[in-house]
Design a binder for this molecule. Structure first.
Ligand code: 6MZ
Length: 364
């Protein structure tokens, strides 16, 4: 694993509440157990269980959301998740999360996101770059979020973090629109796009597609969970929408497959997630191989590193051994993903330099 950890990587599909350490979830569950809000032993079993169907995964998310419903906890998990990705040598992280309103905790979608930003400010093991713009005011804001920059004149390890605001398929059109407007207002704070996620068995495309069109018109980049379950009408509508990226693409039939290939829409591939949720029955029939061989733009991602007990390095190691791809090619696969990030060209250039230096260090 050491080599896969030492290789720089980009993480473009990671859900905040799916990436929480088990130890943190257990600690939070124990606290709520002591307050009599939940029964700890019931929850402990659910958190530690390893094999989960897609339906069970969404039940687990409902439980996780019970454990993470206050600003302090949202800030804490953000800090830990960023530190964990940085420890894996992820140099660019696009972290996605669903802004949540919870009146009983005095939480609005905006204050939820402010807690996420608070978490980014609290990161201590690595320097966090969350904005990289020419706009003077924005840059000044961003500077305050750059922890420990230039301390003692030493260069610290750095991770670029950008945020995607997720729309949950359960949400109403009004709630989804609120998220898009919030994303527009928070652009100067590192929000670069919108994600559509949530239980694929729930929600109608007629509810969210107009909202996503609006987001696109306003210049936000959009990525969609597409084809996690077979739903050809929806998959077709999603591909016709021409999102900047899609996640998963597991259940496409021949026609949709052709459409995807000709569209060149980059696909966020989450191997462990697909296998664990049985969206794909085994790696030897995973569509990664076809997309990789046909040079379709793809990027390897974790999806929910906490829920599926995986890491970014592990996903690269799995792909290399399952599909017989050499380290050098895996490195190139990671580097090519720079082309699909939602951050600006300045960041892309800096990431290319990071990869060039790493190639020398790793003697590739
Ligand atoms: C679809 C998923 C997902 O937003 O509360 N989420 N949506 N498919 C998946 N594949 C397994 N994994 C996670 O993070 C948790 C939320 O992300 C979405 C779900 O809406 C889940 O509630 P946040 O930080």
């Amino acid at each position: 694993m050491e080599w896969w950890v030492s290789m720089p990587k980009l993480e473009l599909h990671a859900h905040l509440n799916g990436s929480i350490r088990n130890s943190t979830l257990l600690e939070l569950a124990r606290e709520l157990g002591e307050k009599g809000i939940i029964v700890f032993s019931d929850v402990e079993y659910v958190i530690l269980k390893n094999d989960r169907s897609l339906t069970e995964v969404f039940k687990l998310f409902d439980l996780i959301h019970v454990l993470t419903t206050n600003h302090e906890t949202v800030a804490r998990i953000t800090k830990e998740v960023v530190e964990d990705f940085a420890a894996e040598n992820v140099v660019y992280l696009e972290l996605r999360t669903t802004p949540k309103r919870n009146d009983s905790k005095g939480m609005s979608k905006r204050s939820y996101m402010e807690a996420v930003l608070e978490g980014l400010r609290a990161v201590s093991t690595v320097e966090v770059d969350i904005f990289h713009g020419s706009d003077v005011e924005s840059h000044a804001n961003a500077h305050t979020l750059c922890n420990g920059c230039g301390m003692n004149g030493t260069r610290r390890k750095k991770i670029y973090v950008r945020l995607l605001l997720s729309i949950d398929r359960r949400e109403t059109r009004e709630a989804a629109m609120e998220t898009v407007k919030l994303a527009m207002e928070m652009r100067h704070l590192g929000v670069v796009g919108i994600d559509l996620s949530g239980n694929p068995a729930i929600g109608e495309r007629t509810t969210f597609l107009p909202v996503l069109e609006f987001a696109k018109e306003k210049g936000l980049l959009v990525t969609l969970h597409c084809g996690e379950v077979p739903n050809m009408e929806e998959i077709n509508a999603m591909l016709d929408f021409l999102p900047a990226r899609i996640g998963h693409a597991c259940c496409l039939q021949q026609e949709e497959w052709k459409k995807l290939k000709s569209s060149k829409i980059p696909v966020e591939i989450c191997l462990t997630s697909n296998i664990r949720t049985e969206t794909i029955s085994s790696l030897d029939i995973h569509h990664f191989a076809d997309l990789y061989n046909s040079k379709h733009p793809i990027v390897l991602c974790t999806d929910d590193s906490g829920v599926f007990s995986t890491t970014s390095s592990q996903e690269y190691a799995i792909a290399s051994s399952a599909f017989g791809i050499e380290k050098r090619e895996m490195f190139d696969l990671a580097r090519n993903a720079i082309g699909f990030i939602f951050a600006d060209d300045g960041v892309k250039l800096e990431l290319e330099q990071i990869f060039d230096l790493a190639a020398e260090r790793l003697q590739l």
